[in-house]
Design a protein around this ligand. Sequence first.
Ligand SMILES: [Zn+2]
Length: 348
Amino acid sequence: MNTFFIEFRDPLFSIIIFFVLIFVITFFSYWWGRYKSKEDFKHLDRFLKQFRSLPSQNELKVLISSGELSEKSWLLLAQSYSKNGDYEKSIDIYNEILKVGDKSRYKENLFLLGKTYYKAGFLERSKQIFLEILKNNPRTPQALHYLLLVYETMRDYASALEVLESLGELEKDITIEYAYLKSLALLNDASLGVNTKAEKLLEIYIKTHQLTYFVFEYLFKVNPKLAWENFDSSKSELLCDVLWHVDKKDLDFDIITANGYLRELYTARGDLNLATKSSVFEFDVLINLNDKSSATLSFEYMCDNCKQMYPFAFHRCSSCHTLDTSRVEFSLCKNYHRDFSEENNSFQ
Ligand SMILES: [Zn+2]
């Protein structure tokens, strides 16, 4: 029986105790390391979470009224929320600032709120805000400008034109805005036929010589014959994408043959054979490929004023709100439409 027990004076006993102690210390140090790293991670996670979740409306009320941050900081924060598309938070901040903020800047803050409502698509609320500003300060061009945009988006062109008159009284050049609103009102008039609209639109263009893209895009779509009759070849580059998409049956060969740019454009498209080279790189490549490859042009649109890029043509830049600043840019791309047609034909 005694053979199973080791006496405590036995040197083997000390060695066993020594290894047990090493094991216990190693185990605790490993466990403590894991526990600490888990706690640190949780702490960091909790810290980061408060930045991911936005403060609620009530939290904002308390934060703003406590005055820990200056009004300017709150305005910057609201602007940043608005830029990131979180209009709801931006609107909450502006509303709270209007209640507790500096009353001497009430009109400016109200204007910022109206702008955010407009961006967020709350047109009726935005309209009420700009009308309120104008009730006390009728000579505020910024508020008039935004009110015009609101009416334009609501398709209330008669009211937009009234606002434009007030803007005109403040010595603003309103020629292009006037032509644009008149043209929009015309195109949205359900009582007029397509050809009447085209003729009236052309009358506006002849009077003002503005909105070339807007007018000819419509004319080439609904009445290509009328478009070619009034076409100014010097505007070919501006209308490059519109011309590129005109149906082959609607082409006016006399006008095309008489203009170098148009000859190159339609030879590059593969309809005619009137040019052997072009100074425009993309046209030159397409002319040399001679319709042997499935390449075509793709178009992008840049605002000349604010340099914002758009995948579609626009008349009023949604970023800086200027009119007729669209500039078309093109590049070579694969013609998926042609590939698709060829694949379909091969099955027949
Ligand atoms: Zn712009």
